[in-house]
Design a protein around this ligand. Sequence first.
Ligand code: ADP
Ligand code: MG
Length: 365
Amino acid sequence: MTKLQIKNLYKNFESTKILEDINLKIEDGEFVVLVGPSGSGKSTILRIIAGLETPTSGEVIINNKVINDLKPKDRDIAMVFQNYALYPHMNIYDNLAFPLKMKHVEKTKIEKSVNDTSSMLGIQHYLKKKPKELSGGERQRVALGRAIIREPQLFLMDEPLSNLDAKLRTQMRAELLKLHKSLSSTVIYVTHDQIEALTMGNKIAILNHGKIQQLGTPDEIYNDPANTFVAGFIGNPGMNLFTLEIISNTKVLFQETPIELTNTSHFQELIKKNNLTNKKFILGIRPEHLLLNEEKDITLSANIDLIEMLGNEFLIYANVRNSGSNFSIKVTDKCNLKRNDKIKVTIDIKKAYFFDEKTQKRIYF
Ligand SMILES: Nc1ncnc2c1ncn2[C@@H]1O[C@H](COP(=O)(O)OP(=O)(O)O)[C@@H](O)[C@H]1O
Ligand SMILES: [Mg+2]
């Protein structure tokens, strides 16, 4: 049983704030994904949990015990990194057996553990080979095996799949989740890839500049983003964000360009009911919610910069005429448009999100 709690965690390197008031609660057996751009502090959080780095203040609590002063080797935590760090001169058997040998486990028990772990990961036929004779995916499996074999109470995984090619990464994601189910271990998985986060985590923590921006299920994070950062970071591509100033209930400044509202009783009601005249916001709309060939609420004139075919859908990159701001539209219908075409793009205000212009936090009407 492993519950992990991080309480009011701060980390400074000299005078630079790296982590600010991190709070996380991870229940026994949960698979939590920590996602954020490079430099946001993900690895530092893992290193503090593992005991490789000391916090400036705050507590790391495992099973209700503060473990701040516990040495890394006494924490019963296994960490898997992006560069698998196998011992090149040892064969796979010895690489897997190493952590158990260090713990002076008896030989027959080690043999059984190596056999069980290697067949669980499908690497039982490589035991006599050296790491350099294996492919990247196979090596990463050995690295995982070396973590699993110790039966630790907690796994920390720091971008463990980033060195693999796209196809293998998808396959390994599924395998990791299967493995997590069968071991019912507690896992914190770090990635900078929001797609990986959405597909793997049952709980996701989004980090930016050393602060947790939102903690939630993939559904909450995608459909109910707490601020502009989460809205823009999650999604492929992320949510389009525009400035919007309401001049009257028939006119707005959209990215500083005046636009007359079209056929828009719902929007007008919203403006009246909430007294929005003269107020400024950030308006967010997902690429898949923008409409072509419809006139409703806010209609923009735009130029197409680029069209990408994504198999079953098309991604159109365009810019708002007059303001030049870039945005993207996703369409599933057959797309007869081409570069430099002029288009009308419509925002259905019912599908739009509003954010505070200053705090960047979500506003609900
Ligand atoms: N030992 C250190 N000394 C000084 N700065 C560090 C150290 N380790 C990390 N940092 C800084 O802390 C920030 C967060 O780093 P890191 O946790 O590695 O981010 P991530 O894993 O999200 O890419 C970065 O700006 C990085 O340069
Ligand atoms: Mg990192």
